[in-house]
Write a protein that binds this ligand. Structure first.
Ligand SMILES: Cc1cc2nc3c(=O)[nH]c(=O)nc-3n(C[C@H](O)[C@H](O)[C@H](O)COP(=O)(O)O)c2cc1C
Length: 201
């Protein structure tokens, strides 16, 4: 499984790094692309830049760092920019309204937007995890355009029904939902359990 993963400059950088770490743990190879705003927000929210070899992502990855290849967002000639390269799909976690708008209108001005364009035209899985509130009409129209083109729009809206007791578990609830579109619903750790709270862990 090869997944292009983009982290853009929406609040919730933790969603992105936890998605990458868990996808690598599940055996995926990751082409990681972080926008410059994504790096800036990561410094604010996580205390460091997103890098598989150092800082907050590397602490989560451990030896799985070897599964993550960082690709500059400006590298429009990277493999993820071409539909001819065998890539299974893409996730944008978290996704800004700016990136949503550019993808929705076909503006492929960096590798993130181009790779999303490729995922849509090749009919591959594209999971977009937007984070903004409140949403105005342009946001909603652009998100609808992504759904119409085949993307899965999975807002960073954690569920509380499994009784999460830590921020990490809340975040992982969203992360696992996003991963389930690549690996199947078995990867969802906190499921609804009618007999009691807490799912599998
Ligand atoms: C601390 C911080 C938090 C932000 N949070 C959001 C957000 O939640 N959603 C959003 O759409 N933009 C957010 N932004 C604005 C984007 O980072 C900005 O529009 C940027 O140009 C997006 O670029 P990108 O889509 O290439 O990452 C935030 C910016 C900062 C500095």
């Amino acid at each position: 499984m090869r997944i292009v993963t983009a982290i853009t400059g929406a609040s919730g950088a933790t969603y992105g790094v936890r998605f990458v770490a868990r996808a690598a743990e599940l055996g995926a190879e990751i082409d990681l692309v972080v926008s410059s705003a994504g790096q800036r927000v990561a410094v604010d929210e996580l205390g460091g830049r997103i890098d598989p070899e150092s800082g907050p992502l590397s602490e989560l990855l451990g030896e799985d760092a070897a599964r993550v290849r960082t690709v500059p967002a400006a590298d429009i000639g990277a493999e993820a920019a071409s539909g001819s390269v065998p890539i299974d799909g893409m996730a944008i976690v978290p996704c800004t309204m700016g990136t949503v708008g550019r993808i929705a209108t076909g503006i492929a001005s960096n590798l993130i937007e181009r790779a999303a364009d490729v995922a849509l035209k090749e009919r591959r899985t594209l999971v977009v995890v937007p984070r903004e509130t409140p949403l105005h009409r342009i946001h909603l129209v652009n998100l609808t355009a992504l759904v119409d083109a085949g993307a899965i729009v999975l807002p960073a809206m954690p569920g509380f029904y499994s009784g999460p007791t830590t921020v990490e578990r809340l975040v992982d609830g969203v992360v696992d939902r996003a991963l389930s579109f690549f690996f199947g619903p078995e990867v969802i750790r906190d499921r609804w359990n009618p007999r009691g709270r807490g799912g599998d862990r």
